[in-house]
Each structure stands twice: as C-alpha cells, then as structure tokens.
Design a protein around this ligand. Structure first.
Ligand SMILES: Cc1ncc(COP(=O)(O)O)c(C=O)c1O
Length: 494
C-alpha cells in the first residue's frame, strides 16, 4: 500500500518578508511620490543617518511600494512569513505585532471576553493586561498574589487557585495567565490548558518573556506546545528582534482568528514599521535554523554565571531550587535571579552600583534581587564582566539588612464594585487619601516594586489600604498610576 503523502515542511531557510525588503532596496529603489516623507533619502536628516545608519531611511519601506506586503491585509511575503513562524513554533497561526506583547494582551482579551463577562486573572499581571480589561469591559476575577517567601514576589499561579475561582464563578469565559514571569518562573500551563478546556473556555497566556522557549528541548515547554489557545511572546525581549516586535500565536478555534485579525488592525498603527516585521521574519529564520546551537551556548553561559555567582560570598542565584512550591512548575535557566541583600544593599542599590562601576545594566531590580537575562547575543567575555562586577561590589563590607524595615503583609484584594472599564469612564473627584476610606477608587495605584496594582479603578479603598499606602510613601517606594503621585489625594468615583 502506498504511504500517505507526508505534509511538506515549510522551508525555514526562507525569510520572505525580510528578503523582499533586501531585494527591493537592492534592485528597485522606489522613485517615491508617497509617504514616508523622507522618501528614503538618507541625506535628509544627516544626524539620524550618523547615529542609526543610512538603512534607517533607505530600509523604511512600506506597502505603497508594490513589492512590499501589508501587515493588516497580508497576501504575499508577510502572510508566508507568519505561516513560517507558526510552523517553527507549532502554532496554528501567528500574527506579527508592532506594538509589543502589550497589544497582544489587549487584543486577546478583547477577542475572548465581551463587555461584562468574567475572566480569571492573577493579580500580578502586566499593565497591558489591565489595559485589556479597560478596553474590553471584562470583569476580572482576580487571583490574589501569593508572595514567594524567598523572592518576595508571586512567582507563579497555583492550579488549585484557578480551579477554586472557576468553581466559584462557573460563568467565567476565559483564563489569562502570565508565564514565565519577569523572574523566569513558570506555572503549570499544561494543567491550566486541561482545566480551561475541560470547561471549554480558552487559556490566554502572556509569554512575553518566553519567545526562546520554543527553540530548545532543555528549556521549559512553551505554552504554545501545551496547546494554550492564544499565546503572546516578545521576541524583542529574548531573541534578536527589534524593540516593539512581538508575535501572537493562536491554536484551535476558541479564540476567533478573524476577530483577532480585525482587532489587531484596529489597535495597531495603520503604518506598520517594516523594521519590526522584518526583524521578526529574520529572527524566526535564525532560530528555526540555528536556535538549538545558539541556545546550547546561552544555557552554558547562564549555567557558568549561576555557578560563579553562587560562589560569591553575600550573593545567591536562584534556579530550579524553587520548583515544586508556590505553583512553580518550571524554571527558565537563562534568567539569573540574584539575591544581593546579604551585601547590605537592596537590589536597586546593587543595580545602581553595577551601572556606576561597570556600565552593566540589568533586566530588573527589586528590593532583594537583581535580575539579569542571558540571551543568544551574550558572549563569555560579557558573562565574565558581569561576574567580576558582582564580585567587586559584593566584597565591599557593609552592615545590616537593607530590607529590615520592609513589612511584607499587603492588604487583601480590595472589593470590586465596578469593573475597570465602568470605573474608568465614570466622573471622579479628588479627596484627601486619609478621608478616602469607603470610597471607590477611580485610578490605578501601583507600587514599584513589585508592580502589582494595590488599587484599580472600581475598587473600594479600605482603612487598611490607606495605612499601607501611607507606609509605602514613608518608605519612599515609588507609586505609579495616580494623578497625584504623592498620594496626599486620590481620585474617587462620584
Ligand atoms: C509580563 C509582561 N507582559 C507583557 C509585557 C509587554 O511587552 P512589550 O514590551 O513587548 O509590549 C511586558 C513588558 O515588560 C511584561 O513584562
């Protein structure tokens, strides 16, 4: 009996969209009578050419040039580039994004949840998720953050917590989770997929920090391969794509392809910058062809760094030692979560020293840790510089625990009276914070770190919350969101 014909594998050596840019510039430089106004003339703003190179003008092509495909109605090279990306990462479909995972979170929430419908969201979510709530009118069913006792941040969401919320709210229409988070810890996404699909609702995953996960067998599996319905990734964070370039993967039909495509065209610029889309096509080709080798080296460098850092007195670098508790199912070893407080410095102070002494900039720093991301772009030399600088700063003797005054008990999640969208568009007035007890907040109050909203529009301000905010202010913790950043006043719903 003849064998069934094998589906032909897409040719990952191709980068059709990026190649269309190259070939247009090489062979058919447009004699342009259309936008962009610079008309590919690198002499127009020489200071930009000096800084960015001539390509910033000559490569700034758009769909007015017949050989260039259009992101919002792709029929040629961009359509093929997205298909190649989907095939490389195992998704049914991939959308290229020009406004980061930010727009991916917004679009997937808009596509999956209608005005007034409920969505489960762990409170420790990026602000784009909150923007998605405001845009969609969804009612969040939050999962209270369960702070990890060593890292002092909620690192993952527990399956049982999601199940409990689903049981309490059987009318929930979607679940949105962030995994991995900034610190590289992953939730049990496979369990979450199963849970969501048992109830026939979609699992939406913010995998902004996990674009590399699809390309190495020793890394935790991406939510895409677990069958999550929509997964957004920022290849600009962990691969070679340019800042703002991201992609959104779709599996199955619980989230509508047509609606998502329509929403992305609404939310994003009608003039997509080909620097972003071209970089996505090129980064996908690189990873599809060489991802395993590149990440072999990355993993080796990260492991070398982790071992060296653990040997520096005063420092500790977390790793898979935290797996198995607090919902943590897996760990991305390319993240170095370095606890520094035994050196007498906070994470933020330590990060400032790294910059001052070694021009070293880190992914993120909180009170306890600095977080460094190792990627395919790193070299042994850079890792050695990091280790040397860490050693140098750690060896200075300083006394005391810099976080001794920090009280960790945050108030419980506030009561939600109006959903974020309803509250955003209601009239508000300003009252003194100390007189705001019982009022419904009209703005966001987000301390950094850790960046988890204390209050969202539509939530009741309790006496406990006022005390806590005042305590944060005394401790000079930065608060973002409110109009009055000193928070002597707060906006409340009229
Ligand atoms: C967890 C998470 N989600 C989404 C985003 C937004 O990603 P982007 O910068 O690609 O818009 C970020 C950005 O830092 C993030 O940390």
């Amino acid at each position: 009996m003849p064998n069934d014909p094998q589906p032909t594998q897409p040719d990952q050596t191709r980068a059709p969209f990026f190649d269309s840019l190259v070939s247009t510039r090489q062979h058919r430089t447009p004699v342009s009578f259309h936008m962009p106004g610079h008309k590919f003339n690198a002499a127009l703003l020489p200071e930009l050419t000096d800084f960015f190179g001539a390509g910033v003008f000559t490569g700034d092509l758009n769909e007015a040039v017949p050989s260039i495909d259009y992101l919002h109605a792709p029929t040629g090279a961009l359509a093929e580039a997205q298909q190649l990306a989907a095939a490389a990462m195992g998704a049914d479909h991939t959308f290229f994004l020009i406004n980061g995972s930010t727009v991916g979170n917004q679009a997937m929430l808009l596509a999956a949840v209608r005005d007034g419908q409920k969505v489960i969201i762990p409170r420790a979510a990026h602000r784009s998720v909150y923007a998605g709530l405001i845009l969609s009118g969804a009612t969040p069913i939050y999962i209270a953050p369960r702070v990890h006792p060593q890292v002092h941040f909620p690192l993952a969401v527990e399956l049982s917590a999601v199940r409990d919320r689903l049981d309490e709210h059987p009318d929930v229409v979607a679940i949105h989770v962030t995994s991995p988070n900034y610190y590289g810890y992953l939730s049990d996404v496979s369990g979450l997929v199963e849970l969501a699909h048992t109830r026939n609702i979609p699992l939406l995953v913010d995998e902004a920090h996990g674009a590399h996960l699809c390309f190495h067998p020793d890394l935790p599996h991406s939510a895409v391969s677990h069958g999550a319905d929509a997964v957004v990734q920022s290849p600009h964070k962990t691969l070679g794509a340019l800042t703002q370039a991201a992609w959104l993967h779709l599996n199955g039909e619980r989230v509508s392809f047509t609606l998502l495509q329509y929403l992305l065209a609404i939310l994003q610029s009608s003039s997509p910058n080909v620097t972003f889309t071209g970089s996505l096509d090129s980064a996908r080709r690189q990873m599809a062809l060489h991802g395993k080798q590149l990440l072999d080296r990355t993993l080796e460098l990260a492991q070398r760094a982790r071992t060296a850092i653990r040997a520096i007195p005063g420092l500790w670098c977390y790793g898979d030692d935290l797996i198995g508790a607090y919902g943590i199912a897996a760990y991305d070893p390319t993240k170095l979560v370095i606890r520094v407080t035994d050196t007498g410095l906070t994470g933020k102070e330590f990060a400032a020293e790294l910059w001052a002494r070694g021009n070293i900039t880190v992914e993120f720093a909180d009170l306890w840790q600095v977080i460094c991301s190792v990627t395919i772009a790193d070299t042994p030399d850079k890792i050695e510089r990091l280790i040397a600088a860490l050693r140098n700063i750690a060896q200075d003797q300083r006394g005391g625990d810099p976080t001794a005054r920090v009280e960790l008990a945050t108030p419980p999640l506030p009561q939600l009276i109006l959903n974020p969208r309803q509250a955003t568009f209601r009239s508000a007035r300003r009252v003194r914070l100390i007189e705001a007890c019982g009022e419904v907040c009209a703005e966001q109050v987000i301390p950094y770190p850790p960046g988890i909203p204390l209050l969202m529009p539509g939530e009741v301000i309790s006496a406990e919350m006022i005390d806590y905010v005042q305590y944060l202010l005394r401790e000079q913790i930065k608060i973002v969101g409110p109009e009055d950043l000193q928070l002597s006043t707060v906006r409340v719903i009229v």
